[in-house]
Structures are given as structure tokens and as C-alpha cells.
Design a binder for this molecule. Sequence first.
Ligand code: RFL
Ligand code: PHB
Length: 389
Amino acid sequence: MRTKIAIIGAGPAGLLLGQLLHTCGIDNVILERHTPDYVLGRIRAGLLEGGTVALLDEVGAGERAHREGLVHEGIELAFGGERHRIDLHRPSGKTVMIYGQTEVTLDLMNARRAAGLTSIYEAEHVKPIDFDTDHPRVSYVKDGITHEMTCDFIAGCDGFHGVSRASVEPTAIATYERIYPFGWLGILSETPPVSHELIYSNHARGFALCTMRSTKRSRYYVQCPLEDHVDQWPDDRFWDELKRRLDQKAADELIIGPSIEKSIAPLRSFVAEPMRFGRMFLAGDAAHIVPPTGAKGLNLAASDAHYLAQAFREYYDEKSTAGIDAYSAKALSRVWKAVRFSWWMTSMLHQFPDTGTFGARIQLAELDYVVNSAAAAASLAENYVGLPY
Ligand code: RFL
Ligand code: PHB
């Protein structure tokens, strides 16, 4: 088989890149390790920047998001027993949208199917080969038979644990990493959200976040020790702990119900540089990870896909390598700002075991500053809604 762009991974980065390329007439094939149902079953991100929604529109996959997504113009920061609203829209002129990653993935999968593009699911032992030459290939095993696909370029959109980054010579790549000493325990429940806007709570018992998937479905997170296991968190314990970390009004108004999903995710900041290795390009979680506090992971996957699609379009339409040569630096410049913002939100809102009472007081001073300074609140808003592409 031959294609122009071989895309490894059918998560948001790979699927969006595939559709953006298709709109420019660039043929591509996706190789995905898992089944479509497995990919759709992962409950992850929930918050889309306006730029991400615009990209869904660009590929004709935004219709349901506009119908079912919830547009938000603000968030609330809770500390010291009170909630303070940060207006996102007034300083930035932009909004964000609550629309689950599962829905984004489904819409992109449907668009891909409607366009008749090839996706090979349950592709085993996928391996990028000779990407540092002019003849890159990808080998894989499907139904026990080994295949090789020749291509012009490889897009490594295979997430943090993927094969693309792992195939690069260690001397050719620099990595930057921070592992946080806690995780997020998240639950999904068929209950109305406690508030119509997201609540990010800094509390002495640990961080909590109240978010949602719809007006009928809630998503809540609490900071937990890394060693904890979901079995240690029956629903009653989760709801009790969440209530203790919220202000009195929110605790009183919280409607609880059985969880329909429960998982623990570790928090990490990670960046690999560069994002190009000859004829292989990394995009999304394959190149970088952010802690979810800034809601940036999926949105960075989208902006990478945008930059990469533009670069390939320039290569094929204008016969220019300027775009592909600039891709890594351009993407990393936006990535590092989101890494900074996600680290800053994480640092301001969580309990850290080793920063003591001094660290806790600095956090409160920072929160007090953010909610009382128009300049600081505007800076939070500008980053939260997404920096321009
Ligand atoms: P994905 O989604 O991991 O997709 C990679 C795909 O590649 C496949 N794959 C392979 N295929 C073939 N061969 C191999 N060897 C392969 N290895 C892997 C995988 O099966 C998979 O299908 O990466 P992508 O596309 O870069 O997308 C990134 C996002 O999924 C991620 O950044 C977000 O989920 C992060 N995130 C959030 N991002 C936001 O923008 N807003 C949020 O509100 C938000 N909340 C979150 C989050 C992530 C969380 N967790 C669990 C990590 C909340 C949580 C709890
Ligand atoms: C979510 O809806 O799952 C979500 C929203 C905002 C975040 C993290 C997760 O910062």
C-alpha cells in the first residue's frame, strides 16, 4: 500500500490531522492499535478552546458540537470557603465549550468514514522505518499478516506511550519532564452539574474540580495520593470527600448518584524536542503531556494537527519545504506556553506535600491576586480560552 501521509494513531490528533489533510486533497491512511470502541471508551478531556471548535468546523465535523456543546464564558475559583468568578469572555472576547473527547472522536470518526478514507484498526506491531531517509515506510501486522506501507511522510499521533517517539535515536531528542506527587481521581455520574460553570477548588484537603459533560451528566475530580487505587474509593467516600473540598453552598447543592466511570490519572508535564525527525513528525500527546488543570491536552493536539496540515499543504501545493521546516519550532512555541499555564494552574490549586505552610500561604496570595486584579484575571482568561494559532 502507498499513501502520502501515514498517520499512526486514531486519537484526536490523528483523526483531526487526517480530516484537515483530506480537505486539502492530501491522501492519508491511519493505523491504530486498538478497536474503534476501545478508542471511544476512554473518558478524558471535556473542554474545547474556540480554536479547536473552529478546526472541527473547518473539516465539517462541528455540527453536533454546536448543537449539544455547552458554551462557557467564565469559570469559578474556590478558596477560603468562597467562590470567585473569572470572566473569560470580557477580557478575551472568546469562549470555551464543554464537549467530551469521546464525542469529538466519534464526530471525527464519522467524518472520516463518510469521506471514504482508509483507517486500519487493530494494527499490531506498527513501526516507522527509514524516516531519516527519502523513503519512509511503516510496517504493521494485521490479522497475522505483515504489511508495509510506503509514504512521503509519517505523522506520529500515537499518544504518550506510542511507538513513534520511541523509535527516535535517544541522542536526537531532548525531553523535559515534571512528575507531580499526586493524581486525579475522576468520576462520571448521571446527575445535573452542581453549578453551570466549572469550579476549581483549592482546599487544605486537596484540589477538587466540578465539571460536566451535559446539563444532565457531571464529571468531578479530587486530588488523591498516587498510590491510591479506585477500589479504595467507593462512591460514598468520593462524594463525602468532594463535599468537604467545596464551599458550603456547593456542598449543600451537590446532587449525588451512582458513578458510571471512575479512574485515577497521574499528573505529568512532559515535552520532547524537536517534533520533527527527518520525514517523521510528532503531534499531540506523542510529543507532550500537560497536567489536566489547564484543560490543554486535547487542544494542543488540535493546534499541532493544524500546523502540520498547513505545512503539508504548503509542501504539496506550493512545492515549498518552508512549512515543514518551521513546524517543530512553531508548534513548540505554543506548546511551551500551554505547558507553563498548566503547570501554573496546577501549582496554584493543589496541595503539595513538601512546600509546607509557606507554600500554602503563597498559593492563597496568588489566588487573592488573580481574583482581585483585572490584569491577572485577564492573563488567566487569555491562556484558558487558548492562545492564538
Ligand atoms: P491519544 O488520545 O492518546 O491517542 C493516541 C492514539 O494512538 C494509538 N496508539 C497506537 N496506534 C498504533 N500503534 C501504536 N504503537 C500505538 N500506540 C498508541 C492509541 O491507541 C490512541 O488511540 O493522543 P492524542 O490524539 O494526541 O490526543 C491527546 C488527548 O487525548 C489528551 O491530550 C487529552 O485527553 C488530555 N486531557 C484533556 N485535554 C484537554 O484539552 N481538556 C481537558 O479537559 C482534558 N482533560 C485530559 C483530561 C486527560 C486526562 N487523562 C486521563 C490523561 C482529563 C484527564 C483525566
Ligand atoms: C473535564 O471536563 O474533564 C475537564 C475540564 C477542565 C479541566 C480538566 C478536565 O481543567
